[in-house]
Design a protein around this ligand. Structure first.
Ligand SMILES: O=c1ccn([C@@H]2O[C@H](COP(=O)(O)OP(=O)(O)O[C@H]3O[C@H](CO)[C@@H](O)[C@H](O)[C@H]3O)[C@@H](O)[C@H]2O)c(=O)[nH]1
Ligand SMILES: [Mn+2]
Length: 857
């Protein structure tokens, strides 16, 4: 067998050599896992006479490493059991009620850890064979048999989600390497703002030169902001190396101009509207506040700058505008260079894919269901206009970083093995703007590079919200082929309830075609405007299954996990694809407060899911048992907060009592705890090997888990408690991604402190631990302790210090700008400890009972 490192470009003759992406040095612990399948497929003649070849490779972790990982897991299970038995035999504590809580806590930690761990014991990597797909579906004349694709992109607020990012995403989508006539982009603007509408117009205009430029010179990535500011560029791969430098310079100038116009858009619209109001509406009351479109005579239908009746956020009619029409079927070469158009596109296909602007209707009294609601409207509108069998979705701040990504996802969908049963292909979320040490664990590497690979070896990764390709019929609640009842049964028991999908006959009629991957050119949309408008109204979904069994799921803070769960529960599988270079990239909140709010939404949403009809315990047999375990974990993890906080606050006992031990004999207890923590860390060290991560990634993950459990998860629990009492619960806000750069310094967000109640619990925990260390030191000085007592106190101290280390990023966060000099934190901490200690010593003189060992309570 050839070593995976030697895997190169695709040759059908030897599919073993077909993986496009070299399994590189980072992946040295991975070996092929699909040799048998490949030999079988070779024998059966796949890839010949139109039969589909295998379109991806799978890799597993090398035997010795994964077996070590499994062995350590087993060892830890044994240690935990021993620990537990030991505790049950030594029911001795300075406070038995605390002892009982801590025993239950240990049981909880033991079990949840195990449930989490067993889903990671068989990780799988899938690598798409894009060149095999090309050989299979691209035609010699430049045409292609690739299936149709609809791209969804969502945004709400042009300030919180800067337009520059959104428009870069649009440009990267328009320029991606997928046959232009085969995909259409649906831009959903939930704010209904004219600035987004005109921004999109500008982007479409700029795309007319940006897209041919990308094609001509094969540039990557195809989001201009990232392209022009990339530190390193690959080798030139285009067709006109001589012209490249000139074209690059001109394109960059054009991009700067585009940016300036985008920047000036808000002001321009405001000025224009004032002028128009003066001209049109001075006397007419109803349009005195109107926002006017570029022609100066049409009022913007959506949200006005000065909100008015029927024109404000949450209350405006639906708007739909096809910004770029469906392109012709055959390539159209661009213009030759001329004086007002200096770039030569005469040898490049200059067509652009279809682009549609959507702002759905908003009306007071309706719950608009945020992103899920927006995507369901996109799902209906796209069904009427292009009706592609596959859909890929993006948050407004995520762009296509690798122009092969759409093809990569298609590889998994069309693969002859379980392609037809695959409901979605999830790519990892990767971020650009995170600080180099990833202080707030924004990259979530342990999740994206370990946990999801584990799930990939079971039924597939969960849906994480963006960068995910879907099979349209799966969203319509169809069964996967392998669970499809035979025809007879289906005829008898139609699962579809009347009015499940709403009243639009055109939509219902589009459904059978949505499964058809072979349609080469989309049928020209024949739907009327009225029907399109109807699909975008709030009332459309009344009394239907939208948001329930159809489309993305409603009434939950995190529509993503639950929608993926619904698909898995129906028996569909999913595939995880992490490619190099990253398929998509986005921006992350690098401000502590924003980040905590994000965690709050995720944890609150998880709990909501557990207590909803989408509880993993209620799913039927189509959900793989291990997958169920994973979902139970994903929806109950915030409960840990109860026990973690208890452990964290327990040092407070040291302030009031001479000595306090939660479990006696304390030294054996401490030894067990040390071993248990050490085995977890050891397992982590093996895990980061196969996941290709660094020690820092692991530490960040630990730290952020603890920061979440002390500060955020209690709030999530409160949220679910309020909801169960019928109160609305905590409200979740849009994660703001402010623009850094430009006038503001890089990473400025990192140093902003916004004080919110969410920060308080963790501050209290830190204060308690610092004070406890001080008090213990004070006691050691005045208490004349025996050596054994000092040893006991010292092992407790190790625990305190360990906790403080885990909270370190949080401490830096609340220091704001001071955190640029971390030693200040050290000085503050030492001073605080010294102060409590000396206070203790001073007080001990006047209040002798403090160190006499007499219990206060
Ligand atoms: O009324 C709304 C609210 C949000 N969005 C869009 O939804 C996306 C995600 O919202 P955001 O506030 O950015 O959430 P994040 O915390 O950044 O997102 C993560 O968490 C969400 C909830 O789990 C997932 O939906 C996202 O994909 C995932 O990236 C953005 O594109 C928004 O524009 C809408 O379209 N309409
Ligand atoms: Mn986001």
């Amino acid at each position: 067998m050839p070593s995976p490192a030697a895997v190169g470009g695709g040759r059908l003759a030897d599919p073993l050599l077909a993986a496009d992406v070299v399994v590189g040095a980072k992946d040295k612990y991975w070996v092929p896992a699909d040799e048998r399948e490949i030999l079988a497929s070779q024998k059966s003649g796949a890839g010949e006479d139109g039969r589909a070849p295998l379109l991806y490779r799978t890799f597993r972790v090398k035997g010795p490493l994964i077996n070590l990982y499994r062995l350590l897991t087993l060892v830890r299970v044994i240690v935990v059991i021993l620990f537990f038995t030991w505790r049950m035999r030594h029911r001795d504590s300075d406070a038995m009620w605390l002892w009982w809580i801590s025993v239950v806590g240990d049981l909880w930690f033991g079990v949840t850890w195990l449930l989490n761990q067993i889903t990671k014991l068989r990780p799988r990597k899938c690598v798409p064979s894009i060149s095999v797909l090309r050989d299979h579906l691209d035609q010699p004349d430049g045409g292609s048999d690739l299936p149709l694709l609809d791209v969804f992109i969502n945004t709400v607020d042009p300030v919180d989600e800067p337009m520059l990012y959104t428009m870069n995403s649009i440009l990267s989508i328009l320029a991606t390497d997928y046959p232009v006539e085969k995909y259409a982009t649906y831009f959903s603007d939930d704010g209904g703002s004219l600035v987004h509408y005109e921004g999109l117009q500008l982007a479409a205009e700029f795309a007319a030169s940006w897209v041919p430029f990308c094609r001509k010179h094969c540039v990557e990535p195809r989001a201009p902001e990232s392209y022009f500011w990339a530190k390193m560029r690959g080798e030139y791969a285009g067709s006109a190396p001589k012209e490249f430098l000139d074209d690059h310079r001109r394109m960059r100038a054009a991009y700067e101009e585009f940016k300036a116009r985008l920047d000036g858009l808000s002001a321009a619209i405001e000025q224009r509207s004032e002028a128009c109001n003066r001209a049109n509406g001075k006397d007419k009351e109803e349009c005195a506040n109107a926002t006017w479109m570029a022609d100066g005579s049409t009022q913007w239908q959506g949200t006005w700058i000065k909100p008015a009746k029927g024109h404000r956020k949450g209350h405006h009619p639906a708007i739909l505008q096809v910004m770029l029409d469906q392109p012709s079927k055959d390539p159209e070469l661009g213009m030759a260079a001329s004086s007002d158009h200096p770039l030569d596109f005469s040898a490049v296909d200059a067509r652009l894919p279809m682009l549609v602007y959507i702002a759905r209707e908003k009306r007071p009294g309706y719950d608009h269901q945020k992103k899920a609601g927006a995507m369901n409207v996109q799902l209906r509108v796209s069904a009427l206009l292009s009706n592609a069998p596959f859909i890929i979705n993006f948050d407004g701040d995520h762009y296509v970083n690798n122009s092969q990504a759409f093809r990569a996802a298609i590889c998994f969908m069309l693969d002859p093995r379980d392609g037809a049963d695959t409901a979605f292909v999830q790519f990892p979320q990767r971020f650009d703007d995170v600080d180099p040490t990833d202080r707030y664990c924004n990259h979530n590497r342990m999740f994206f590079d370990a946990t999801l690979l584990g799930l990939n070896g079971i039924q597939g990764p969960s849906f994480v919200g963006t960068g995910c390709m879907f099979r349209r019929v799966a969203l319509y609640s169809a069964d996967p082929p392998r669970w499809r009842p035979d025809d007879a049964k289906e005829a008898k028991a139609s699962r579809y309830r009347p009015n499940m999908f709403g009243k639009s006959t055109s939509f219902i009629n589009s459904m059978p075609a949505a499964a058809n991957q072979e349609r080469s050119v989309p049928s020209p949309a024949t739907v009327g405007e009225a029907e399109l408008a109807d699909a975008m109204t709030c009332a459309y979904e009344d009394g239907t299954e939208w948001g329930n069994d159809v489309g993305w799921v409603y009434n939950i803070a995190t529509e993503d996990v639950v929608t993926g769960f619904r698909l898995h529960r129906t028996g569909w599988r999913s595939t995880y694809c992490a490619m190099e270079p990253d398929a998509f990239r986005g921006t992350a909140p690098i401000n502590l407060t924003e980040r905590l709010y994000q965690i709050l939404r995720w944890s609150g949403g998880s709990l909501e899911m557990f207590f909803s009809r989408f509880c993993p315990l209620l799913a039927g047999r189509r959900l793989h048992p291990m997958q169920r375990v994973a979902y139970i974990n994903m929806t109950t993890y915030p409960v840990s907060t109860f026990f973690i906080c208890m452990y964290y606050l327990y040092p407070v006992m040291w302030l009031f009592q001479g000595e306090f031990y939660i479990q006696r004999p304390f030294q054996t207890f401490a030894l067990f705890v040390v071993v248990i923590i050490a085995t977890v860390e050891l397992i982590g060290m093996v895990e980061i090997r196969w996941a290709g991560l660094t020690l820092l990634d692991w530490v960040r993950n630990e730290q952020f888990y603890i920061i979440g459990t002390t500060g955020v998860y209690p709030m999530a629990m409160l949220h679910i408690l309020l909801r169960s009492l019928g109160i609305k619960g905590v409200s979740f806000k849009l994660t703001a991604k402010k623009l850094t750069g430009g006038a503001r310094e890089r990473l400025a967000e990192l140093y902003d402190v916004q004080w919110v109640p969410l920060l308080v619990p963790t501050v209290v925990v830190m204060a308690v631990n610092v004070a406890a260390i001080g008090a213990a030191a004070g006691k050691a000085i005045v208490g004349r302790w025996s050596a054994a007592q000092v040893a006991g106190a010292a092992s407790g101290l190790v625990f305190n210090v360990w906790m403080l280390l885990l909270l370190y990023p949080f401490a830096l966060g609340i220091m704001g700008r001071w955190s640029k000099r971390p030693y200040i934190l050290f000085i503050v901490l030492v001073t605080a400890v010294a102060a409590t200690a000396s206070m203790y010593v001073a007080l001990a003189g006047s209040l002798p009972y403090l160190h006499s060992g007499i219990k206060l309570v």
